[in-house]
Each structure stands twice: as structure tokens, then as C-alpha cells.
Ligand binder design. Structure first.
Ligand code: HEC
Length: 464
């Protein structure tokens, strides 16, 4: 490695170590603002504001969002010791070190990353509702995937079924087709929900994985703050696309995505297969003392979709928009059985505050390592509520959507928007829908909700 690069890596190592020590000794000092930026594997406890004045909270909330994104996408040690804990010797995107074969740089692992080792929602909310396995137990493997999992241990880290618990109910109640998103290669997008140790401990200690135990209880997930050492409750919802290989309609460049091998179960045939997936969307939701209606940060791959107002950039390839499909209806869910690519546009553009932070963090990630895959992700925005009430009314922004996770819910109308929708329908469960997926299912659980959603038109395609 050239001398300047090795010096930079060494300097960054030192900075990481410094960040580590600071986090342990002085929790208040944890927040680092660009340009004096320090990569840290530790999730910040809360926003740290200074000179709020006319600029308001938003820039500090965006910084909290990015710092949390960096900590949650930090690699874990191999083998995994404790789930949800980063490898402080490594760095986001993986260190490039000298001493590889033939004098080439060798690379530390890029993944799995912290949030991927959180507990899968399907391993917490069981039917019948028995106590889930410990947080450190690896993800369970569905019977259809057992054989292939033995042959592909890396891929067996995650198994994805296309329809979530909620999705199944929704698709059977609302529309025959449900809400799928189909990419330019006619492949379905896959979703998963992961919950951290604080979430898991709270749900298990209270027996809330059984809906009967939720009755009459006040549900309030633990918060983190700048004055206590406690960790925050964190929830992640991710969207993955199948990486299009050479020869596919629109081949993807795997070097531009955070990729993972996974086992996926085909919804029609029930067959399990191994796929290479690329991350395209990531919701990060975290509860802190100053953000009692949670932080709702949403990140996307930079090539997902063009802005509706400005249209596609000439010559650019999008994951979910085909320039060759000029007359295609926009943001329209595919019909039953159709694999016609969804023509996606972003209805509300990324605002200037988020955009300037994106440039700062993307540049920092690239400095760390020129081929760092995380430089290809952007914060769309971070929504928040500074007071616990009224539930469902965010301070800023008024609406927010991710083009891969709320493709058909982007218009600025109720019940779209994160806090808006979660507050409206999950106010009694501290804005959490997973608790409503607990068994047994009844009128106040996900099953009952599906009927409400149908009335509100959630999940039906929304216009151009
Ligand atoms: C119109 C309603 C609606 C909107 C808008 C919405 N969500 Fe959700 N969200 C849901 C439902 C329903 C689920 C449960 C899905 C499941 O279990 O498969 C969910 C699940 C989640 C989860 C998993 C944890 C949980 O609370 O169940 C996260 C994290 C999440 N949403 C984040 C977001 C973010 C961030 C936004 C805004 C960018 C957003 N949501 C917008 C309805 C909505």
C-alpha cells in the first residue's frame, strides 16, 4: 500500500481507538460533527445539539441518523462472539491492510454487519407464542432450506420469505397481488425486520411475544440518553434486490452494493435457493430521551429511482426505473403474477440539509477506502417527534418514504409517513407493529389492522 494510504489507515485506526475510549469514559462527548469526523462502531445515545438557533434540530437529527447507520453497518468479528456487537478492530466497509498475497492489499471482512446479527422478528413472534430462543441463537432455518443451508453455511445466515406475516394478511385481504416491488431484471425485492437486544429483552421480560400478555399494559420501550449508559431500543427493516449477473437484462455492479448471500423461498413454488442480494433500502428506528416518538431514519441505494419532478438523468441506470419505459405508469404495484418491472420515482426529493450531510459522510467513507460500498448509500431524511404527544404527529419532516419500502405510499397524504402511520395504528404499542403480530391474533392485532388498512387504501397503488 502506498505510504500515504497506510499513514491514513493508521491515523484512522488511532481515531477509532480514541472514539472507543471516549465512548467508554465520556458518554456526553460521543457525538462528532464533520469535518472533525471520527468513525465509531458505537451507536450514539441521543442527539447532541449546539447553536440550535435558526437551523433547528434537523441537522443534529440527520447526524444522529448517519452515525447510527455507520455503527450498525460496522462489521462484527468472525466468528461472531456476541450478536449485535461490532468488531472495534475493523471499520465500516472493512479495513484494507498490507501483506496480502503477491504484495496486494488484503481486506478485512466487510460483513456481516451489526444489525444483521440482531434477532429476526420471525424468531421472536412464534405461533403458538412460546418464549423465543436466546438472543445469541442464530437465525432459525425453515425446513425447505435445511439441505441447501448445510451446503452453504454463509448463505444460511439469513433466509428470506417474500411475504412477511403482515404481507400475507394484507395480500389476502386487500388485493390479490399484495405490494410487491419488481426490479429491472423482473426479480422481486426481499424484506426483513431485525430487532436489537434491548428490544428483545424488553419483549421477552414482559412476555409480550404473547398477545394475551400485552392486554391492559402500558408499552414503553427503553430509551437511551446522553446522561446514562443504557443502549437504545433499535429496529431495522431492510430491502434487498437480487444482484443481476452478466447476461441479465440489466446487470448490476456488485462492487456498488453491500451484498450478502441469502437463502430465499419462492412464494409460488415454496422452493429454497441461494441468491446474491444487494442492499437497496434500510429503515433505522431508534428511541432516545430527546426523541420520544423515536428517530425514523431511512437510507437508500443512490441508484434506486429518479426524482419525479426532474425525471431521470440521461444515460444513468436505475435499480427501479427503466429509461426505455417512458410511458409506463409510475409507482404502480405489479398485478397478480406479473413480473413487469415497477417504474419507480421519488415523489419528495431529498432536501438540502440531508443532501449536504450525505456528501460529507459519503466522502468520508470513500476516504477510508476508495471502494467502500457504503459511499453508495444516502439518507433520504430522518423524521422525529420531540414530545411524546400527540402521538402520530412528527415535528419534521411532515411526511417521509423510502422508494423501496413505501413505494406506493409516497404522496404527502395521511396515513403516509413513518410516525404518521405507526402513530395512527400502533399508538398503543409504542409505535411498534411487530407486537401486533404476536399470537394469538385478534381484532386488535395485525389481523384486525389489515381491515383498517384496506379501508384507508394502504397498499393500493397510488397515482402518478
Ligand atoms: C402506511 C403505513 C406505514 C408507513 C407510512 C410506514 N410504515 Fe413502517 N410499518 C408499517 C407496518 C404495517 C409494519 C409491519 C410490517 C411487517 O411486520 O411486515 C411496519 C414495520 C416497520 C418496521 C419494523 C418494526 C415495526 O415497528 O413494526 C420499521 C423499522 C418501520 N416500519 C419503519 C418505517 C419508517 C422508517 C417509515 C417511514 C420512512 C415507515 N415505517 C413508514 C406501516 C407503515
Amino acid at each position: 500500500m502506498p505510504g500515504s494510504l497506510s499513514r491514513l489507515v493508521a491515523a484512522l485506526c488511532a481515531l477509532v481507538a480514541a472514539g472507543h475510549a471516549a465512548a467508554a469514559q465520556d458518554i456526553k462527548g460521543r457525538q462528532y460533527t464533520p469535518p472533525n469526523y471520527v468513525f465509531s462502531p458505537f451507536v450514539p445515545k441521543d442527539i447532541v445539539t449546539h447553536d440550535v438557533g435558526a437551523i433547528g434540530f434537523q441537522p443534529f437529527v440527520d447526524i444522529l441518523a448517519w452515525e447510527t447507520f455507520i455503527a450498525l453497518n460496522w462489521p462484527v468479528p468472525t466468528p461472531i462472539v456476541q450478536r449485535g456487537v461490532p468488531d472495534p478492530q475493523n471499520i465500516i466497509g472493512g479495513f484494507l491492510t498490507g501483506g496480502g498475497e503477491g504484495g496486494k492489499p488484503s481486506s478485512m471482512p466487510v460483513g456481516p454487519v451489526v444489525w444483521e446479527t440482531f434477532k429476526d422478528t420471525n424468531d421472536i413472534y412464534l405461533n403458538p407464542p412460546v418464549r423465543p430462543t436466546s438472543f445469541d441463537t442464530p437465525e432459525s432455518i425453515p425446513p425447505a432450506c435445511k439441505g441447501i443451508a448445510t451446503a452453504n453455511p454463509a448463505a444460511a445466515r439469513r433466509t428470506l420469505a417474500l411475504t412477511s406475516k403482515f404481507g400475507e394478511i394484507v395480500s389476502s385481504v386487500i388485493q390479490a397481488d399484495g405490494n410487491r416491488l419488481v426490479d429491472q431484471n423482473r426479480m422481486n425485492v426481499w424484506y426483513e425486520i431485525k430487532l436489537n437486544r434491548v428490544y428483545y429483552d424488553y419483549v421477552v421480560a414482559n412476555g409480550f411475544y404473547n398477545s394475551a400478555n400485552q392486554k391492559g399494559k402500558t408499552i414503553a420501550f427503553p430509551v437511551s440518553s446522553n446522561s446514562t449508559a443504557r443502549d437504545a431500543t433499535i429496529k431495522v427493516k431492510a430491502a434487498w434486490k437480487v444482484i443481476g449477473l452478466l447476461g441479465s437484462r440489466q446487470p448490476d455492479d456488485p462492487a456498488k452494493f453491500y451484498t450478502t448471500e441469502a437463502l430465499t423461498i419462492d412464494p409460488t413454488t415454496g422452493q429454497c435457493s441461494k441468491q446474491l442480494l444487494g442492499l437497496v433500502g434500510l429503515h433505522i428506528v431508534m428511541k432516545t430521551a430527546q426523541l420520544p416518538q423515536w428517530l425514523w431514519a431511512t437510507f437508500e441505494h443512490v441508484d434506486n429511482a429518479p426524482d419525479q419532478a426532474t425525471g431521470p438523468v440521461s444515460g444513468k441506470k436505475y435499480n427501479f426505473f427503466g429509461a426505455d419505459c417512458a410511458g409506463c405508469p409510475l409507482n404502480q404495484a405489479p398485478g397478480k403474477g406479473s413480473q413487469f418491472p415497477t417504474q419507480v420515482v421519488r415523489v419528495i426529493p431529498v432536501n438540502n440539509v440531508a443532501a449536504s450531510n450525505n456528501t460529507l459522510y459519503q466522502t468520508a467513507l470513500k476516504t477510508l477506502r476508495p471502494d467502500n460500498v457504503w459511499q453508495y448509500y444516502q439518507l433520504v431524511d430522518a423524521q422525529w417527534g420531540a414530545s411524546p404527544k400527540p402521538i402520530g404527529q412528527p415535528n419534521q419532516p411532515k411526511f417521509l418514504a423510502n422508494t423501496t419500502l413505501e413505494t406506493y405510499l409516497q404522496q404527502p397524504v395521511a396515513p403516509n409517513g413513518c410516525i404518521n402511520c405507526h402513530g395512527m395504528y400502533a399508538g398503543s404499542t409504542d409505535l411498534d407493529f411487530q407486537l401486533q403480530g404476536a399470537y394469538p391474533q385478534g381484532a386488535n392485532t395485525m389481523k384486525g389492522l389489515a381491515a383498517i388498512f384496506r379501508l384507508e387504501g394502504v397498499g393500493t397503488p397510488r397515482g402518478k
